[in-house]
Ligand binder design. Structure first.
Ligand code: PMP
Length: 406
């Protein structure tokens, strides 16, 4: 039972009308980046057509309008994630930038022998910055293992925690498999040993509305481009106490209170972490994207996407030799699969000829692929603007690819 008017929603996305290789586009690579509704595109055009100016400094009207719109977007994001203060929302260029900001900040707070826990289900952007932090500080990386269903082995997680654990990092949803991780349990247990927790919400944010106060999470990071916004903008949510404790990430304009050659004092939050001219238009457009998604409603989105997931899973499993990786019952609308004896890249290339966009490869999560002893998968990831008819086209395409490659 469809809970909202999918045809009306599809009209909001101009790109869905285009053809690829002579076929109507079937866009199933939403976990990599989502498409942009007209309302967000209009916001971008309006910004550059009417009030493009630098912010926080000019006395002139355009600068004030741009500053107001940018700060209003920050307030929208605060409200969306239920942060208690708007200055707990730091604009970044995306999830990767936000994680690096925190990892860099912890350099002066860690000592040799401290432990950092990450999960086996992480994206490379939630592994590499912590490895670099370990190299700088002598801290040790510990890994929460995963099981064959693509779920974290929580018993092992609890065994890993001890008085030396200073930080825990985990994604809310795995980009490669779609598994929703038990972050409430992860956060509560980490806090019991006094460790701070960063949750990578890049894959969760398009489907699940996280409440950072309810979660009591220390840091939560997302990218705008995965939730109907433009690329090049994202946020770091951080608890005020942590953001005050961490040193600035980059030095430059905007982040200072007073500069002399003897000593510089830093600006208050959030500006302390926002050196240089930010992606002003991107921030404003991110706010518009949240308005758009909230207009549809996250409950309705989750319910509809779950229908798509169940339908796609059932249809794909009718294909002989097809194996799905990530079989947790708590999943977002991602199906990662392979067909026995066939390379994911070959399947993806044939699908592209048919107008179907999927991702193939290791999905920036090589440790997961190593765990399953595979080079990669074909990943179809669905959004609320996809339809069951598009899934039928995908399934027919996979059957055709199989027949061609056999
Ligand atoms: N973490 C996860 C779970 C992701 O899926 C992604 C994007 N694929 C990232 C981090 C990195 O996000 P970005 O490239 O927008 O910085």
């Amino acid at each position: 039972q469809t809970v909202f008017d999918i045809l009306t929603i599809r009209k909001d996305f101009p790109i869905l009308n285009r053809k690829v290789n002579g076929e109507p586009l079937v866009y199933l690579d939403n976990a990599a980046t989502s498409q942009t509704p007209k309302r967000v595109i209009d916001t971008i055009v309006d910004y550059y057509s009417r009030y493009n100016a630098n912010i926080h400094r000019g006395v002139h009207t355009l600068s004030q309008e741009a500053t107001d719109a940018y700060e209003e977007a920050r307030n929208k994001i605060q409200k969306h994630f239920n942060a208690s203060e708007s200055h707990e929302i730091i604009f970044t260029s995306g999830t990767t930038h936000a994680i690096n900001l925190v990892a860099s900040g912890f350099t002066s707070l860690l000592n040799k022998g401290d432990e950092i826990v990450v999960s086996a289900l992480e994206h490379h952007s939630n592994i590499v910055p912590w490895q670099m932090l370990c190299e700088r500080t002598g801290a040790v990386l510990r890994v929460i293992p995963m099981d064959l269903e693509g779920k974290l082995v929580m018993k092992e997680y609890h065994n890993l925690l001890n008085q030396n654990t200073k930080l825990v990092f985990c994604n809310h949803v795995s980009n490669a498999l779609g598994t929703v991780n038990p972050i409430e349990e992860i956060i509560t247990a980490a806090h019991k040993v006094g460790a701070a927790v960063l949750i990578d919400g890049a894959q969760a944010a398009p489907h699940i509305k996280a409440d950072v106060q309810l979660l009591d999470v220390d840091f939560y990071v997302v990218s705008g481009h995965k939730m109907c916004g433009p690329t090049g903008v994202g946020i770091l949510y951080g608890k005020e106490a942590w953001l005050k404790k961490l040193p600035p990430y980059q030095g430059g304009g905007e982040m200072i209170e007073e500069v002399t050659f003897e000593k510089t004092t830093y600006a208050d939050l959030p500006h302390k972490f926002e050196a240089g001219t930010p992606n002003i238009c991107g921030g404003i457009a991110f706010g518009a994207a949240l308005d758009y998604m909230n207009g549809i409603g996250f409950n309705a989105i989750a319910q509809y996407e779950h229908e798509l997931l169940e339908y796609a899973t059932a249809q794909l499993l009718t294909i002989e030799g097809l194996k799905i990786y990530g079989t947790s019952t708590d999943k977002t609308a991602v199906v990662s699969f392979n067909i026995e004896g066939m390379h994911p890249y070959d399947i993806g290339s044939i699908l592209d000829k048919l107008g179907v966009a999927v991702r193939t490869g290791h999905h920036c999560a090589q440790p997961i692929m190593d765990f399953y002893k595979i080079p990669g998968t074909v990943r179809a990831s669905f959004s609320f603007y996809n339809t069951k008819e598009e899934i039928d086209i995908l399934v027919a395409g996979v059957k055709r690819a199989k027949a061609m490659l056999e």
